[in-house]
Design a protein around this ligand. Sequence first.
Ligand code: NAP
Length: 500
Amino acid sequence: MNSKQNSSATESPLRFVIIGAGMGGILTAIKLKEAGFNNFVIVEKGDSVGGTWRENSYPGLHCDFPSHFYSYSFFHNPNWSRRFSPGAEIRDYLESAARHFGVHEAIQFNIKVTEGRWDGAAWTLELEGGRSLQCDVLLAATGYLHVPNFPDIDGLDDFEGPKFHTAQWDHSVALEDKRIGIIGTGSTSTQLVAELAGKVRNLTVFQRTPQWVVQQDNPAYSEAEKRAFAEDPSLLVKMYEEQKAEMVALADGAILGGNADARAYLVANVHENLARVKDPELRRKLTPDYEPGCKRIVISPRFYEAIQDPGCELVTEPIDRIEAGGVKTVDGTLHELDVLVIATGYDTQAFFRPLNLIGEDGRRTDEIWQKRPVAFRTMTIPHMPNFFMVEGPFSPIGNVCAFLTAELQVAHIIKLIEVVAEQHVAIAPREDKTAELLETYRDAARTTIWATGGCVSWYQDDEGVPTLYPFSNQTFEAEMTTDPDLTEYVLTPLSGRDMS
Ligand code: NAP
């Protein structure tokens, strides 16, 4: 399982498998390599780098985080085309990071891990197709937006025209002359509507719950600006820091409520934006009855403009069933369609599942996670030795930059891996400490706007408790940058193998 990295005899013989070649997996490989752990492979279920930015390719896909911040802090890109860049640019950026840092050659594509088993000293991974792979340390960088969620609506399979989830876009279907239906009104749907309105025969958007939408312009960077960025990298650092401050103010100040002025600005922005909808009846339909920030805030330069297009219809009557020719709402209307787009998001409680892990004493993640996802400090699971997650349960996600979260986590994980290497041990969090900390997170999460704001969202588990880091970005940064307290972990000596 030797990767083709620059290993030397003095470097650690620990063998690593990273699952996923998206933002988190590429980052993990770069940082392992930097720390002198060169013996790794990245297994990736898809055929290229990019994770959710590879899987999603729907029209209008872009990032609603400013691009200079939605990047690795150590790999700035002078060539972002816009403040909010298209998805394909982010996918290309990840590909170029993998090549620039020499980890691309360690990726094995089109491989799905179906099961992992800890044998007391190492992990054996079963791969689809019958192969297996062994490693000392297993890292899951699978993200939380990779298992499409299909709505439980009667007749979904009866629709006769093309029908696909936004994460599985069928580019062979021409849209221009078609009547297109979109189920869902989350961040994905709003981007799609903004792109398609006025360009197709008509667009019918089926809304179950309205969203609060922040208005943000999306200016392009001029060639002169890009040249300046390339010539003076300090400008890119400045952009990163400015955009970081802006987004942290949104997440901590406006959404978590730590800053009254930021909160007031957000509330005013979403109301002013909504007021741009001229027809009072359409505006009423688009007005949420919960507090801004309860669901993930949608950031869009032109959603309201698009939904007012004469070729666009917003349907708020609940869906009764799907039929061969379209979507029937409970008032008996059949909304006739040629193409049906499912924009109903992801199973955000899946994390690395459907993969199942069998840890020490035969303990299984499907049992440990039966009630809800369990994690210690977002990265480890009791009874799963030498297993680490990037963007695991209770990570700061939603309106927080995934790159920043992952960088902090991976730095912490590397410190734990150094303990594994130096002390020749397997490491897993203590069950009591995990339960204690999770209760602290969950108690705090119950008081956040994600629980108290009067909405139902994908942030919440089946008890309505948000599976999100409930404290500020600053607190998360402090938690991740503090050296691990090894009394919180079970360290099991590993004999017979030199890990130093
Ligand atoms: P989402 O936010 O989960 O939205 C799903 C939509 O489908 C909601 O409007 C939901 O309605 C609706 N829905 C679900 N089940 C339904 C059913 N049975 N019947 C009718 N409607 C149903 O999914 P998403 O828009 O794909 O976004 C997921 C996440 O991806 C985002 O929150 C964000 O983190 C990420 N994302 C990021 C970007 C970016 O630019 N950074 C872009 C796109 C997505 P309810 O509200 O009533 O549940």
